[in-house]
Design a protein. Structure first.
Length: 144
């Protein structure tokens, strides 16, 4: 018990109010990092879909699954009071719309995994196109 209390004390000293209110700088770094990793995986999928890279069914499935997993991670980086980075203030003013965009990200990337499971470029291509469109729509609305 004593040890736990000490750990909590140390944590609150380290993170200060960050334990309660999301720290803006840390949140911005977190969400930008998530999106960087998203891009890493989307770049490979995009190259295959465009025919710039040879289609590889295993790689397509791997990258799709990673994008889908990441689609659940970005949102927590947009806590209240974490305005900044390239995020538009409209995110917090239109939270439901933004949140809907995040859900769309999850849905569309899930569909991309299903398409990749088919194991053909023919199935993958439209799913990657739809994913790219979903990225662009949110960026048009909510990113500077
Ligand atoms: C629901 C909204 C939304 C969706 C969907 C979305 N993004 Fe973003 N993205 C943002 C916002 C907002 C930022 C700006 C974050 C910041 O700077 O604080 C961003 C930033 C980025 C960045 C820049 C990260 C950096 O280095 O600063 C990249 C790259 C990116 N997104 C790629 C993607 C890709 C690829 C997809 C689709 C697979 C995607 N995003 C889907 C909202 C979204």
């Amino acid at each position: 018990m004593k040890k736990l209390a000490l750990t909590c004390l140390t944590a609150s000293l380290l993170f200060g109010t960050g334990m309660v209110l999301a720290d803006a700088d840390a949140s911005i770094e977190y969400r930008q990092s998530v999106y960087k990793v998203v891009k890493w995986h989307m770049d490979s999928l995009g190259a295959m879909a465009r025919g710039d890279a040879e289609f590889d069914a295993d790689a397509a499935l791997h990258h799709s699954r990673q994008v889908h997993a990441l689609s659940f991670m970005a949102k927590e980086g947009f806590g209240e009071g974490t305005q900044g980075g390239d995020a538009k203030p409209e995110i917090w003013a239109n939270w439901d719309q933004f949140s809907g965009g995040m859900e769309k990200f999850q849905e569309v990337s899930g569909a991309m995994v299903a398409a990749a499971e088919e194991g053909t470029l023919q199935a993958l291509r439209p799913a990657v196109g739809q994913m790219g469109q979903t990225c662009r729509t949110c960026h048009d609305n909510f990113r500077n």
